[in-house]
Write a protein that binds this ligand. Structure first.
Ligand code: C2E
Ligand code: MG
Ligand code: MG
Ligand code: MG
Length: 277
């Protein structure tokens, strides 16, 4: 009805802003105690071979249930953890938890691999690779079952990043480029790096059936990625049409709600048993 005045808009903006600052402050302080208070947990999203639907691995996705704020998305709290210097502690908690769980699955006869997301800032820890090795040794998990997912933002310092990636590669841990296509790096840059998997971002998969340009872009990414001997994973597959397109164009691996949402560890087992003929 009545158009709001600039003054009112300004007022609303101020209120929103204050609320946002208060929320951010709560998240920052809440995160400091999140581990101690057992508020963090991991869900695991299955990764499948698109042709068969067979689950070969999972991605660990962090969840935080705050006592007052409820479930807070990692999209919101990871950047705050990075800013406030808590990402390292949280990152190692995730690594321990994911490796321990994966060893547990192995003990149950399910030889899954696990992918752990790592923030660019975690690479700044000079003992990062050593710590990764220590965690694998502690739970006696074979290196080849752990994958580290990094985004293109890690490549800002390409030489240093590649040194760490090579060290991971040398101990037998695979590295994937997450959300590929959203950043600035090209596949030719990746060609000179010791990564072994490219994950095509959901933003492309969303339009792979409906837009010709996106379809040809994705086809090109798959072909180039294959020619460089990378595994190609499509993220965020939600429909059978998207899955068929990717299968037709030789994208071997996929992940998305069409196959499964992120789920609890025992649900992974249930799903795998159901898959069996
Ligand atoms: P990501 O690593 O690219 O993870 C994929 C995100 O897409 C997850 O969101 C997943 O739940 C969601 N997703 C998967 N399939 C579908 C689909 O078919 N449809 C839709 N709409 N969404 C789908 P989530 O769990 O909210 O995580 C968001 C981001 O937070 C992750 O993106 C990752 O960058 C970050 N993150 C999550 N856990 C960790 C962690 O332990 N450490 C770090 N550093 N970052 C993490
Ligand atoms: Mg990821
Ligand atoms: Mg070993
Ligand atoms: Mg991603």
């Amino acid at each position: 009805k009545v158009k709001q005045s600039g003054k009112n808009n300004y007022h609303i903006f101020m209120v929103d802003d204050a609320a946002a600052i208060e929320r951010k402050r709560r998240i920052e302080f809440g995160l400091k105690e999140a581990i101690l208070h057992n508020e963090l947990y991991l869900l695991y999203q299955p990764k499948v071979k698109i042709v068969t639907g067979e689950i070969y691995g999972v991605e660990a996705l962090l969840r935080w249930e705050h006592s007052i704020l409820g479930l807070v998305s990692p999209v919101e709290f990871i950047p705050i953890a990075e800013e406030s210097g808590m990402i390292n502690e949280i990152g190692y908690w995730v690594l321990h938890e994911a490796v321990k769980q994966t060893k547990d699955w192995h003990n149950q006869g399910k030889l899954l691999s696990v992918a752990v997301n790592v923030s660019a800032l975690q690479f700044d820890d000079p003992y990062f690779v050593k710590r990764v090795q220590n965690v694998l040794d502690l739970y006696e998990l074979d290196e080849r079952y752990l994958n580290i997912e990094i985004t293109e933002s890690v490549m800002k310092n390409t030489d240093y990043a590649n040194k760490i990636i090579k060290e991971l590669h040398d101990i037998g841990v695979g590295v994937a480029i997450d959300d590929f296509g959203t950043g600035y790096s090209s596949l030719s840059v990746l060609n000179n790096m010791f990564i072994d998997t490219v994950k095509i971002d959901k933003a492309f998969i969303d339009h792979v059936v409906s837009r010709k340009n996106t379809a040809s872009l994705v086809k090109t990414i798959i072909e180039m990625s294959k020619s460089m001997n990378f595994k190609t994973v499509a993220e965020g597959i939600e429909t059978i049409e998207q899955s068929s397109f990717l299968q037709q164009h030789n994208c071997e691996f996929g992940q998305g709600y069409y196959f499964s949402k992120p789920i609890k560890p025992d649900e992974v087992i249930t799903l795998m048993n159901k898959d069996k003929p």
